[in-house]
Design a protein around this ligand. Structure first.
Ligand code: F6P
Length: 326
């Protein structure tokens, strides 16, 4: 898909949930664009800001000192109203008013869906960059922010393990991920969780209880059960485990701490590479693509394909985690 018009002015926006590394990606977009002779605008507060015309110039220095900062300097906002055509029309007026030739959208699956609608309705050049702690986006091995969120959760679990061991307790620890278990699986594997409960695999509370009891007989003094938020309620699972094992069970919900903090090296590396590539694709006249990292290479996938296909969970990693924590 090659778009003929010369791309002189672009905008960058970060709609939906923030993810650590978004700022690094904004910096890469702005600096690549300016070094390639383009003017760049930043749209504040996601789609809401586009509707309201909250749009400002971004210069080289505007993105100084943000490479290591979590969150998004452009701010964000959940914007369900964007599903209405009349509301989107207001956004389209702003794209015209600012003479925009293209846009880089940094976000998760909601941002991809909205980008696809915009492209279909007004044939506007958009390149997407996957940024979401959930890592549920097809077309990239990992989305910006995922690695940071996993590291944050693992650090928290390592601390919980200390108190769990001292008190000989079970902890049911809930991590984010919406309807998917990507965070829970990675976290469970590297934190050595005795059980991982994810939406993709039906769980059997009796089997988990038996595993804990067996561990206890072998002298284990603490147990970590990592639960993906989309797979069940931590307090219910804790009650059921308590009843079946007689162990002392506690719950810890890690929550939004997973969305914050300084981006890890991996999240930053992805952000630098994907941010720069997204701008170059616009310059080359491409549109309707998402850039991603597959086996460490920057790959482009049509947004429609990204939306159509489901990212598979690494079942081998799930089996490995279960075996290693037996
Ligand atoms: O998509 C990122 C995410 O953090 C999910 O893991 C979580 O379910 C959701 O966003 C929470 O959204 P909010 O911050 O709007 O409550």
């Amino acid at each position: 898909m090659v778009y003929k018009k010369k791309i002189k002015t672009i905008a960058v926006v970060t709609p939906g949930g923030d993810a650590p590394g978004m700022n690094t990606a904004i910096r890469a977009v702005v600096r690549t664009a300016i070094f390639n002779g383009m003017k760049v605008y930043g749209i504040e507060k996601g789609w809401q800001g586009l509707i309201e015309g909250k749009i400002r110039d971004l210069e080289l220095q505007s993105v100084g000192g943000i490479i290591n900062r979590g969150g998004t300097m452009l701010h964000t906002h959940r914007c369900p109203e964007f599903r209405q055509k009349t509301v989107r029309n207001k956004a389209y007026e702003k794209l015209r008013a600012y003479n925009l030739d293209g846009m880089v959208v940094i976000g998760g699956d909601g941002s991809l869906g909205a980008s696809n609608v915009i492209i279909k309705e007004i044939d506007f050049p958009i390149i997407n960059i996957p940024a979401s702690i959930d890592n549920d986006i097809y077309g990239t091995d990992y989305s910006i922010g995922f690695d940071t969120a996993v590291n944050t959760a693992v650090e928290a679990i390592d601390k919980i393990r200390d108190t769990a061991t001292s008190h000989e307790r079970v902890f049911v620890i809930e991590v984010m991920g919406r309807n998917n278990g990507f965070i829970a699986l990675d976290v469970g594997l590297v934190a050595g969780a005795e059980a991982i409960i994810i939406p993709e695999v039906p769980f059997n509370i009796d089997a988990i209880s038996q595993k804990l009891r067996y561990g206890q007989q072998r002298g284990k003094s603490s147990f970590i059960v990592v639960l993906a938020e989309g797979a069940g309620h931590a307090h219910d699972i804790a009650k059921q485990l308590q009843k079946r094992t007689n162990l002392d069970v506690r719950v810890s919900i890690i929550g939004h701490i997973q969305r914050g903090g300084s981006p890890s090296a991996l999240s930053r590396e992805a952000a630098c590479k994907l941010g720069a590539r997204a701008v170059m694709l616009l310059k080359e006249g491409k549109k309707g693509l998402m850039v991603g990292l597959i086996s460490d290479k920057v790959i482009e996938t049509p947004i429609e394909e990204v939306l159509r296909r489901k990212k598979p969970l690494d079942m081998a990693a799930y089996k490995l985690a279960n075996m290693l924590a037996s």
